[in-house]
Ligand binder design. Structure first.
Ligand code: AMP
Length: 304
Protein backbone atom coordinates (compact mmCIF):
# COMPACT_ATOMS: atom_id res chain seq x y z
CA UNK A 1 0.00 0.00 0.00
CA UNK A 2 1.67 3.25 -1.09
CA UNK A 3 1.78 6.00 1.52
CA UNK A 4 2.37 9.70 0.97
CA UNK A 5 3.49 11.68 4.03
CA UNK A 6 3.55 15.47 3.99
CA UNK A 7 4.67 17.58 6.92
CA UNK A 8 7.49 19.50 8.47
CA UNK A 9 11.15 18.55 8.51
CA UNK A 10 12.79 20.49 11.29
CA UNK A 11 15.62 21.18 13.64
CA UNK A 12 14.39 21.34 17.22
CA UNK A 13 15.79 22.83 20.42
CA UNK A 14 14.28 20.85 23.27
CA UNK A 15 14.45 21.56 26.99
CA UNK A 16 13.16 19.12 29.58
CA UNK A 17 13.61 19.24 33.37
CA UNK A 18 16.22 16.52 32.87
CA UNK A 19 18.32 17.84 30.01
CA UNK A 20 18.39 19.67 26.73
CA UNK A 21 19.17 18.94 23.11
CA UNK A 22 19.82 21.52 20.39
CA UNK A 23 19.58 21.30 16.59
CA UNK A 24 18.03 17.86 16.82
CA UNK A 25 16.45 16.45 13.70
CA UNK A 26 12.66 16.60 14.09
CA UNK A 27 9.54 17.72 12.30
CA UNK A 28 6.16 16.08 11.93
CA UNK A 29 6.89 14.18 8.71
CA UNK A 30 10.25 12.95 9.95
CA UNK A 31 8.67 11.27 12.97
CA UNK A 32 5.68 9.98 11.01
CA UNK A 33 7.77 8.48 8.21
CA UNK A 34 10.32 6.87 10.54
CA UNK A 35 7.55 5.32 12.60
CA UNK A 36 5.59 4.08 9.56
CA UNK A 37 8.75 2.65 8.00
CA UNK A 38 8.57 -0.35 10.37
CA UNK A 39 5.29 -1.38 8.74
CA UNK A 40 5.65 -0.33 5.09
CA UNK A 41 8.38 -0.18 2.44
CA UNK A 42 6.48 2.20 0.19
CA UNK A 43 6.64 5.62 1.87
CA UNK A 44 7.04 8.83 -0.06
CA UNK A 45 7.81 12.14 1.58
CA UNK A 46 6.93 15.67 0.44
CA UNK A 47 8.34 18.63 2.35
CA UNK A 48 10.90 21.40 2.23
CA UNK A 49 14.32 21.95 3.80
CA UNK A 50 17.14 24.47 3.58
CA UNK A 51 20.80 24.04 2.71
CA UNK A 52 21.50 23.22 6.38
CA UNK A 53 19.72 19.85 5.96
CA UNK A 54 22.75 17.63 5.49
CA UNK A 55 23.35 14.40 3.65
CA UNK A 56 23.40 12.54 7.00
CA UNK A 57 19.77 13.60 7.59
CA UNK A 58 18.70 12.34 4.18
CA UNK A 59 20.69 9.18 4.84
CA UNK A 60 18.76 8.49 8.04
CA UNK A 61 15.53 8.53 6.02
CA UNK A 62 17.01 6.49 3.16
CA UNK A 63 18.23 3.86 5.61
CA UNK A 64 14.60 3.25 6.47
CA UNK A 65 13.64 2.93 2.79
CA UNK A 66 11.84 6.30 2.69
CA UNK A 67 11.61 7.94 -0.74
CA UNK A 68 12.77 11.56 -0.31
CA UNK A 69 12.65 12.71 -3.94
CA UNK A 70 9.62 14.84 -3.05
CA UNK A 71 11.60 16.96 -0.58
CA UNK A 72 12.41 20.37 -2.03
CA UNK A 73 15.80 21.79 -1.06
CA UNK A 74 15.94 25.60 -0.99
CA UNK A 75 19.65 26.37 -1.32
CA UNK A 76 19.41 29.92 -0.05
CA UNK A 77 17.07 29.09 2.83
CA UNK A 78 17.10 27.60 6.33
CA UNK A 79 15.16 24.58 7.54
CA UNK A 80 12.12 25.10 9.80
CA UNK A 81 13.09 25.48 13.48
CA UNK A 82 11.08 24.86 16.62
CA UNK A 83 12.03 25.33 20.27
CA UNK A 84 10.04 23.93 23.17
CA UNK A 85 10.30 23.52 26.93
CA UNK A 86 8.59 20.72 28.85
CA UNK A 87 7.12 21.20 32.30
CA UNK A 88 8.01 19.00 35.25
CA UNK A 89 5.24 16.47 34.47
CA UNK A 90 6.66 16.04 30.92
CA UNK A 91 3.07 16.06 29.70
CA UNK A 92 2.71 19.76 28.96
CA UNK A 93 5.07 22.07 27.11
CA UNK A 94 5.50 25.64 25.99
CA UNK A 95 6.56 26.54 22.49
CA UNK A 96 9.40 29.04 22.94
CA UNK A 97 10.01 29.81 19.30
CA UNK A 98 8.77 28.83 15.82
CA UNK A 99 10.83 29.90 12.81
CA UNK A 100 9.00 28.92 9.64
CA UNK A 101 12.02 29.76 7.45
CA UNK A 102 11.66 27.81 4.15
CA UNK A 103 8.10 26.88 5.14
CA UNK A 104 7.00 30.51 4.86
CA UNK A 105 7.34 30.35 1.04
CA UNK A 106 6.64 26.65 0.59
CA UNK A 107 4.37 25.70 -2.28
CA UNK A 108 4.00 21.93 -2.03
CA UNK A 109 4.43 20.07 -5.28
CA UNK A 110 3.43 16.42 -5.28
CA UNK A 111 5.54 14.64 -7.93
CA UNK A 112 3.55 12.81 -10.61
CA UNK A 113 4.85 9.46 -9.34
CA UNK A 114 3.42 10.13 -5.87
CA UNK A 115 -0.07 11.24 -6.85
CA UNK A 116 -1.76 7.86 -6.83
CA UNK A 117 -0.64 6.98 -3.27
CA UNK A 118 -3.48 5.08 -1.58
CA UNK A 119 -2.95 6.50 1.91
CA UNK A 120 -2.25 10.18 2.49
CA UNK A 121 -0.97 11.39 5.84
CA UNK A 122 -1.05 15.16 6.25
CA UNK A 123 1.30 15.86 9.14
CA UNK A 124 1.23 19.01 11.17
CA UNK A 125 1.82 21.98 8.83
CA UNK A 126 -0.14 25.03 7.71
CA UNK A 127 -3.68 23.79 6.84
CA UNK A 128 -3.58 25.82 3.62
CA UNK A 129 -0.61 23.71 2.53
CA UNK A 130 -2.43 20.54 3.61
CA UNK A 131 -5.30 21.61 1.33
CA UNK A 132 -2.92 22.24 -1.59
CA UNK A 133 -1.63 18.70 -1.25
CA UNK A 134 -5.17 17.30 -1.17
CA UNK A 135 -5.85 19.11 -4.44
CA UNK A 136 -2.95 17.30 -6.12
CA UNK A 137 -3.60 13.68 -5.17
CA UNK A 138 -5.94 11.39 -7.07
CA UNK A 139 -8.64 10.09 -4.78
CA UNK A 140 -6.71 8.27 -2.00
CA UNK A 141 -8.48 5.54 -0.02
CA UNK A 142 -7.64 7.21 3.27
CA UNK A 143 -6.72 10.73 4.38
CA UNK A 144 -5.29 11.18 7.87
CA UNK A 145 -4.61 14.63 9.30
CA UNK A 146 -2.69 15.88 12.31
CA UNK A 147 -2.44 19.48 13.52
CA UNK A 148 -1.50 21.55 16.56
CA UNK A 149 -2.59 24.58 18.59
CA UNK A 150 -0.37 26.88 16.48
CA UNK A 151 -2.67 26.29 13.47
CA UNK A 152 -5.95 25.94 15.40
CA UNK A 153 -5.38 29.43 16.76
CA UNK A 154 -3.62 30.86 13.70
CA UNK A 155 -5.71 29.49 10.81
CA UNK A 156 -8.98 28.09 12.17
CA UNK A 157 -11.03 28.67 9.01
CA UNK A 158 -8.48 27.05 6.69
CA UNK A 159 -8.24 24.12 9.08
CA UNK A 160 -12.03 23.62 9.16
CA UNK A 161 -12.18 23.68 5.35
CA UNK A 162 -9.43 21.08 5.13
CA UNK A 163 -11.12 18.89 7.74
CA UNK A 164 -14.15 18.48 5.47
CA UNK A 165 -11.96 16.28 3.26
CA UNK A 166 -10.36 14.18 5.99
CA UNK A 167 -11.25 10.60 7.08
CA UNK A 168 -9.22 10.33 10.28
CA UNK A 169 -8.20 13.29 12.43
CA UNK A 170 -5.61 13.01 15.19
CA UNK A 171 -5.10 15.72 17.80
CA UNK A 172 -4.40 16.01 21.51
CA UNK A 173 -6.81 16.80 24.34
CA UNK A 174 -5.99 20.50 24.73
CA UNK A 175 -6.18 20.97 20.96
CA UNK A 176 -9.58 19.21 20.88
CA UNK A 177 -10.90 21.55 23.58
CA UNK A 178 -9.51 24.56 21.73
CA UNK A 179 -10.99 23.56 18.36
CA UNK A 180 -14.41 22.56 19.69
CA UNK A 181 -14.72 25.32 22.27
CA UNK A 182 -15.92 22.66 24.72
CA UNK A 183 -14.02 21.42 27.82
CA UNK A 184 -15.55 17.92 27.74
CA UNK A 185 -13.71 15.51 25.44
CA UNK A 186 -16.73 13.37 24.54
CA UNK A 187 -18.70 16.48 23.57
CA UNK A 188 -15.62 17.88 21.80
CA UNK A 189 -15.37 14.68 19.78
CA UNK A 190 -18.99 14.97 18.69
CA UNK A 191 -18.47 18.58 17.62
CA UNK A 192 -15.23 17.86 15.76
CA UNK A 193 -16.57 14.77 13.96
CA UNK A 194 -19.35 16.97 12.57
CA UNK A 195 -16.63 19.06 10.90
CA UNK A 196 -15.83 16.14 8.55
CA UNK A 197 -13.64 13.31 9.88
CA UNK A 198 -15.73 10.24 10.74
CA UNK A 199 -12.91 8.83 12.83
CA UNK A 200 -11.27 10.92 15.50
CA UNK A 201 -8.39 10.18 17.83
CA UNK A 202 -7.77 12.34 20.87
CA UNK A 203 -4.34 11.76 22.44
CA UNK A 204 -3.98 12.42 26.14
CA UNK A 205 -0.21 12.18 26.56
CA UNK A 206 0.69 9.96 29.50
CA UNK A 207 -3.02 9.16 29.93
CA UNK A 208 -3.40 7.29 26.65
CA UNK A 209 -5.65 7.91 23.67
CA UNK A 210 -9.35 7.80 22.77
CA UNK A 211 -10.69 6.58 19.44
CA UNK A 212 -14.13 7.81 18.36
CA UNK A 213 -15.94 6.07 15.48
CA UNK A 214 -19.54 5.32 14.50
CA UNK A 215 -19.10 2.06 16.43
CA UNK A 216 -18.34 3.78 19.73
CA UNK A 217 -15.36 4.78 21.85
CA UNK A 218 -12.16 2.80 22.41
CA UNK A 219 -9.72 3.80 25.15
CA UNK A 220 -6.05 2.83 24.95
CA UNK A 221 -3.70 3.28 27.89
CA UNK A 222 -0.28 4.85 27.61
CA UNK A 223 2.63 2.59 28.48
CA UNK A 224 3.74 3.17 32.08
CA UNK A 225 7.40 4.00 31.45
CA UNK A 226 9.92 4.58 34.20
CA UNK A 227 12.14 6.92 32.18
CA UNK A 228 10.82 9.52 29.78
CA UNK A 229 13.54 11.64 28.22
CA UNK A 230 11.80 13.65 25.54
CA UNK A 231 8.12 13.60 24.54
CA UNK A 232 8.80 15.57 21.31
CA UNK A 233 7.41 13.81 18.29
CA UNK A 234 5.39 11.31 20.32
CA UNK A 235 2.17 12.48 18.67
CA UNK A 236 3.60 12.18 15.17
CA UNK A 237 5.17 8.85 16.00
CA UNK A 238 1.75 7.69 17.20
CA UNK A 239 0.26 8.77 13.87
CA UNK A 240 3.02 6.89 12.02
CA UNK A 241 2.46 3.62 13.89
CA UNK A 242 -1.30 3.98 13.53
CA UNK A 243 -1.03 4.57 9.79
CA UNK A 244 1.59 1.83 9.44
CA UNK A 245 -0.63 -0.79 11.01
CA UNK A 246 -3.62 0.19 8.85
CA UNK A 247 -1.55 -0.01 5.66
CA UNK A 248 -0.17 -3.41 6.67
CA UNK A 249 -3.65 -4.70 7.57
CA UNK A 250 -4.95 -3.54 4.18
CA UNK A 251 -8.47 -3.00 5.48
CA UNK A 252 -10.11 -0.43 7.70
CA UNK A 253 -12.71 -1.58 10.18
CA UNK A 254 -13.27 -1.04 13.88
CA UNK A 255 -11.01 -3.94 14.91
CA UNK A 256 -8.09 -2.79 12.77
CA UNK A 257 -8.58 0.81 13.93
CA UNK A 258 -8.35 -0.34 17.56
CA UNK A 259 -5.22 -2.37 16.85
CA UNK A 260 -3.77 0.61 15.01
CA UNK A 261 -4.30 2.80 18.08
CA UNK A 262 -2.31 0.28 20.15
CA UNK A 263 0.48 0.10 17.55
CA UNK A 264 0.56 3.91 17.48
CA UNK A 265 0.78 3.96 21.27
CA UNK A 266 3.55 1.34 21.22
CA UNK A 267 5.61 3.39 18.74
CA UNK A 268 5.06 6.59 20.75
CA UNK A 269 6.24 4.83 23.90
CA UNK A 270 9.57 4.07 22.21
CA UNK A 271 9.95 7.60 20.86
CA UNK A 272 9.97 9.24 24.31
CA UNK A 273 12.70 6.97 25.66
CA UNK A 274 15.48 8.98 23.99
CA UNK A 275 15.95 12.53 22.69
CA UNK A 276 14.66 13.36 19.19
CA UNK A 277 14.50 10.56 16.64
CA UNK A 278 17.33 8.54 18.19
CA UNK A 279 15.24 5.66 19.49
CA UNK A 280 13.02 5.54 16.40
CA UNK A 281 15.96 5.10 14.09
CA UNK A 282 17.04 1.78 15.56
CA UNK A 283 14.04 -0.39 16.47
CA UNK A 284 13.17 -3.84 15.20
CA UNK A 285 9.85 -5.55 14.53
CA UNK A 286 10.26 -8.02 17.36
CA UNK A 287 10.48 -5.34 20.05
CA UNK A 288 7.57 -3.48 18.47
CA UNK A 289 5.39 -6.60 18.63
CA UNK A 290 6.57 -7.25 22.20
CA UNK A 291 5.52 -3.75 23.23
CA UNK A 292 2.17 -4.21 21.45
CA UNK A 293 1.65 -7.40 23.45
CA UNK A 294 2.52 -5.53 26.65
CA UNK A 295 -0.20 -3.04 25.79
CA UNK A 296 -2.73 -5.84 25.44
CA UNK A 297 -1.56 -7.29 28.77
CA UNK A 298 -2.02 -3.95 30.52
CA UNK A 299 -5.78 -4.32 30.67
CA UNK A 300 -6.11 -8.11 30.46
CA UNK A 301 -7.76 -9.99 33.31
CA UNK A 302 -7.24 -13.72 33.79
CA UNK A 303 -10.14 -14.92 35.87
CA UNK A 304 -9.40 -18.64 35.59
P1 AMP B 1 4.68 16.51 18.50
O1 AMP B 1 5.52 16.44 19.74
O2 AMP B 1 4.21 15.17 18.01
O3 AMP B 1 3.61 17.54 18.58
O4 AMP B 1 5.65 17.00 17.30
C1 AMP B 1 6.72 17.84 17.50
C2 AMP B 1 7.35 18.16 16.16
O5 AMP B 1 6.50 19.08 15.46
C3 AMP B 1 8.68 18.84 16.35
O6 AMP B 1 9.72 18.03 15.82
C4 AMP B 1 8.55 20.18 15.62
O7 AMP B 1 9.63 20.43 14.75
C5 AMP B 1 7.28 20.07 14.82
N1 AMP B 1 6.50 21.32 14.88
C6 AMP B 1 6.36 22.15 15.95
N2 AMP B 1 5.58 23.22 15.64
C7 AMP B 1 5.22 23.05 14.33
C8 AMP B 1 4.43 23.83 13.41
N3 AMP B 1 3.84 24.98 13.78
N4 AMP B 1 4.28 23.36 12.15
C9 AMP B 1 4.86 22.20 11.79
N5 AMP B 1 5.63 21.43 12.58
C10 AMP B 1 5.81 21.85 13.85
Amino acid sequence: MSILVVGSLAFDNIETPFGRSDNTLGGSSTYIALSTSYFSDDIKLVGVVGADFDEEHFQLLHNKGIDTRGIQVVDEGKTFRWSGRYHYDMNTRDTLDTQLNVFAEFDPHVPQAYRDARYLCLGNIDPELQMKVLDQVSNPDLVILDTMNFWIEGKPEALKKTLERVDIFILNDSEARLLSGNPNLVKSARIIRKMGPKTLIIKKGEHGALLFTDDGIFAAPAFPLESIYDPTGAGDTFAGGFLGHLSRAGEINDTELRKAVLYGSAMASFCVEKFGTEKLAGLDLLEIDDRYQSFLDLSKIDDQ
